[in-house]
Every structure is written in structure tokens, then in C-alpha cells.
Design a binder for this molecule. Structure first.
Ligand code: GDP
Length: 348
């Protein structure tokens, strides 16, 4: 096809992929399905792009990959910095490869979206695992708010599944919102703890324990007695929380990621959890719930973007905000007035 050079540039939202882009994208799809790492990495880069034409191409690629996604165990792993997440994931990952699995490790690092720095992202982590063909490790997408980061991670997970990775580990760091995002896209959520009371209190306060399908005390090698004590206290604390599922009582386990002990017991617990959830029908129900709430989150995001981009709203917004701030207009009236502006400009 021949394009005139004088053609006006297309508006970003009207972009339709060129023939060349379409060829690149079908090669990406084929490459991902063949398990090629380059295609996998490139597809995730496309997903993480902020350009709207890239977004459209990413959507098309994802649409083709979706039928091949979903066939993995999705494991969320959370814990404060220094608890031993990367050491643990490396040990678990190497064990899983030994069992014939292919393991993808993705991260949700809220610090990178807040400060541009990152807690999880540095390259020296998981040195053994990162050299293995059976593993794929991707740091957290850095751009944008947590919502965007979570969406990109979720999509990257689907791409990894389509590429044949059958265990997906979503790693996150113990600061609340990112835990909720990680738990919201995984089948089983593992909380790593240190054997000291301060860590327990933090997890309880931040509501992380309420998301936990299992709690693992790492660094149990340092002080076995402290680890036993912490486990006992955690078991009683968990009794006071509402269970995530009435069919599952949260195991409290001990590991030493450094000396690689207790790792298999954690994996066995993951498998037991999955078997139980499948047996009682909660496995599929949870995935359906997750897919639906993801869709609603995107709908809300889209509506908000429409609202913010709307000319009629923009015209009156500042004045309205001021009147709400100085008390001359109630928030309720103001909200329905603004929504009315949006509505009216659409039907005009
Ligand atoms: P992350 O920040 O949660 O990813 O923690 P790292 O995996 O980077 O571990 C932080 C430090 O703790 C490193 O120096 C590890 O070698 C050490 N570490 C990790 N797991 C263990 C463990 O089970 N026992 C001991 N003694 N040290 C550990």
C-alpha cells in the first residue's frame, strides 16, 4: 500500500497500524507463542509504552494471545525489603526448574512509580535464576501510578503464560496498595515475614495478613527459637482474622532461603491450596472475580479520563471546585452538575 507523504498525521486515537506494524505484531504473536524470549520482552515493552498507538497494538497482540493464557499457577509473594524475597524466589525458582517447570518472575514495585527509584528492580538479584532459559525475570514497570503498573504487570503475566511459562511469580514489597494489586491477580498469596514481633505488627496493621493464603517465616536459620515463637504467635493472630476462604486454614511455615531449607514445603502448600480451591470451585470463581474487577477498574479509569478530557467540564471545573472549597456549593450538587455537563456535551 502506498501512503502519500503529504498526508496529515493521524490523531493518536485514530491510529490504525500500518502494514509494516501489523507484520511486526503478527511476528510478535508467533514469537511469543513459540516461547521466544526476544518476542516476549518486546511484547511486554509494547504493553508498557505510554504511546496510544503502541497501546492499540498491544491490545491487538494481547487479543491474539489471550486464548493461550491462563494455564499457569499464579503465585504472589510479598514481604518487606530485606526479608529475603529475591533469595527465596531464586531458591524456589531453581527447584521448580528442576521439577520441569518454566518460571516467570514479575514485580510490582510501588516505589518506582512514586519516586522513580526502585526497591525491587536492581539487576544483580536472582543471578542464578536469571541465567536459566527456563526462567524469565522482568522488573516492575516504572512509569505511572500504581493502577497502571498493576495493569501492565497483569498483562505481562498473560503474555508469559502464552509463552509457555507455567508458574508466574508476582513479587511485591510490603506497603499495602501493591499487595492488594498483587493478591488481586494471583491464585495464591504468600506473605514472607521475619521472626520478630515488629514485622508481625506491621503486617497486621497494614492489612496484609488478611490477604495471606500462607505465611512464611524466612531466615529461620538465624534463631530457631525465635522462629518457633513467631510461628506460634502468628497462628493465634490468624485465628482472630476472618479467613480468606472457609475451606482453607492459613499454614504458617519456616524457611531459610539462604540455605534452601523449607522451600519445598512452601511449594507443597501452594499445590495443596490450589487442589483444595479447585475441589471446592473457588479457583475458577476467584479468577472470574479478578477478571471482572480488572474490567471495572479499566471502565472507571476510562470514564475518569473522558471526564477530565471533556471540554464542557473543563470550562466550568475550576469555578465549581472553588465554590465547593469555599462552601457555597455542596459536593453532592457540584458532582451531579459536573456529571450533567459531561452527559449533556455527549448528547448535543
Ligand atoms: P529482599 O529485599 O526481600 O529481596 O531480600 P534479599 O533476598 O535481597 O535478602 C536480603 C539479605 O538477607 C541478603 O543478604 C540475603 O543473603 C539474606 N537472606 C535471605 N534469606 C536468608 C535466610 O534465609 N537466612 C539468612 N541468614 N539470610 C538470608
Amino acid at each position: 500500500m502506498h501512503h502519500s507523504v503529504h498526508q496529515a498525521p493521524e490523531m493518536p486515537h485514530m491510529h490504525s497500524p500500518s502494514v509494516q506494524e501489523q507484520q511486526i505484531d503478527s511476528a510478535l504473536v508467533a514469537g511469543v507463542l513459540a516461547g521466544q524470549r526476544r518476542a516476549l520482552a518486546k511484547t511486554i515493552t509494547l504493553i508498557e509504552s505510554t504511546r496510544s498507538d503502541h497501546r492499540q497494538r498491544a491490545d491487538a497482540v494481547l487479543e491474539h494471545l489471550m486464548p493461550h493464557a491462563g494455564q499457569s499457577i499464579r503465585v504472589g509473594i510479598s514481604g518487606a525489603p530485606g526479608v529475603g524475597k529475591s533469595t527465596f524466589i531464586e531458591a524456589l525458582g531453581m527447584d521448580l526448574i528442576g521439577m520441569g517447570h518454566r518460571v516467570a518472575v514479575l514485580a510490582i514495585d510501588p516505589s518506582s512509580s512514586l519516586t522513580g527509584g526502585s526497591i525491587l528492580g536492581d539487576k544483580t538479584r536472582m543471578e542464578l535464576l536469571s541465567q536459566r532459559m527456563e526462567a524469565f525475570i522482568r522488573p516492575s514497570p516504572a512509569r505511572g501510578a500504581l493502577g497502571g503498573v498493576a495493569q501492565q504487570t497483569r498483562e505481562a503475566m498473560l503474555v508469559c503464560e502464552a509463552a509457555g511459562f507455567d508458574v508466574i511469580i508476582i513479587e511485591t514489597v510490603g506497603v499495602g496498595q501493591s499487595e492488594i494489586a498483587a493478591a488481586g491477580m494471583t491464585d495464591v498469596f504468600v506473605v514472607l515475614q521475619l521472626p520478630n514481633a515488629g514485622d508481625d505488627l506491621q503486617a497486621i496493621k497494614k492489612g496484609i495478613l488478611e490477604l495471606a493464603d500462607m505465611v512464611v517465616y524466612n531466615k529461620a536459620d538465624i534463631d530457631a527459637r525465635a522462629a518457633d515463637l513467631a510461628c506460634g504467635q502468628m497462628r493465634s493472630a490468624l485465628h482472630m482474622l476472618r479467613p480468606v476462604s472457609k475451606h482453607w486454614s492459613v499454614p504458617v511455615l519456616q524457611t531459610s532461603a539462604l540455605s534452601r531449607t523449607g522451600i519445598k514445603a512452601v511449594w507443597d502448600a501452594v499445590l495443596a491450596h490450589q487442589a483444595k480451591m479447585r475441589e471446592v470451585g473457588e479457583f475458577d470463581a476467584k479468577r472470574q472475580r479478578q477478571a471482572l474487577s480488572w474490567m471495572w477498574a479499566l471502565v472507571e479509569q476510562g470514564l475518569k479520563a473522558q471526564f477530565q478530557a471533556n471540554a464542557a467540564v473543563a470550562q466550568t471545573l475550576n469555578a465549581t471546585l472553588e465554590r465547593v472549597a469555599n462552601g457555597s456549593l455542596s459536593p453532592t450538587t457540584a458532582a451531579s452538575y459536573l456529571l450533567g455537563c459531561l452527559q449533556k456535551s455527549k448528547t448535543d
